[in-house]
Design a protein around this ligand. Structure first.
Ligand code: ADP
Length: 199
């Protein structure tokens, strides 16, 4: 099975692209989703997070207050590393388990921090969604209730555009409308089906 790692900066369009492949019947492993499942009440990772961030970051219904965590890690690099040390090995293990269960010609693994967390060994090809930084900012501001400063801080904590483009095997330039994005996804889907047979 050919494993394509999908990555890109915040607001570049990864989720939109992942949904596009999914709509074509492609299996998509979404690591953001895996991360959310890992911190559900009753999961071991949640207890580890409480030990670091305190009980104040847990809502009354037992769910993690993600905004509270986000705010703390962007002002404290040490806390960010601690959170990553809890989550990343568990996410990595979960990806491996899910990949081992799949019986497909090819699949997509959406990993926002594919390059930053050095997980490229999990995938055969790297597909980067590329969008101008200004556009990322506009899209995230419209989607989330985050200040421009917070969005820029997130962007700065991620790999820069050139680093991503250099690492890419395939690129989706997401600077047009949703229709041209869908066309590009279909084009890549056809290509991946072709090369997966030789894989
Ligand atoms: P990411 O998952 O990389 O953070 P999303 O896929 O959530 O990015 O896209 C960010 C926002 O921009 C979403 O609201 C999405 O609907 C919108 N968006 C993405 N690509 C396009 C596009 N080509 N045209 C218009 N809106 C887009």
């Amino acid at each position: 099975m050919l494993v394509v790692g999908l990555t890109g900066g915040i607001g570049s369009g990864k989720t939109t692209v992942a949904n596009g492949f999914s709509a074509l019947g492609v299996s998509v492993i979404d690591t953001d989703q895996l991360a959310r499942e890992l911190v559900e009440p009753g999961q071991p990772a949640l207890d580890e997070i409480i030990a670091v961030f305190g009980k104040d970051c847990i809502a009354r219904d037992g769910q993690l207050k993600r905004a509270c965590i986000r705010q703390q890690i962007y002002s404290d690099a040490g806390l960010k590393s601690q959170l990553e040390a809890i989550l990343h090995p568990k996410i990595r293990q979960r990806i491996k388990t899910l990949l081992a269960e799949l019986r497909e010609t090819y699949c997509i693994v959406a990993i926002p921090l594919l390059l930053e967390t050095r997980q490229t060994d999990l995938v055969d090809r790297i597909l980067v969604v590329d969008t101008a930084e200004k556009e990322q900012l506009t899209r995230v501001a419209a989607r989330d209730s985050l200040s421009d400063n917070t969005i820029m801080a997130i962007m700065q904590s991620q790999a820069d555009r050139n680093t991503r483009l250099q690492a890419a095997d395939d690129i989706i330039v997401n600077d047009g409308d949703l229709e041209s994005l869908a066309e590009r996804i279909l084009e890549l889907h056809t290509y991946y089906m072709e090369i997966a047979y030789d894989h």
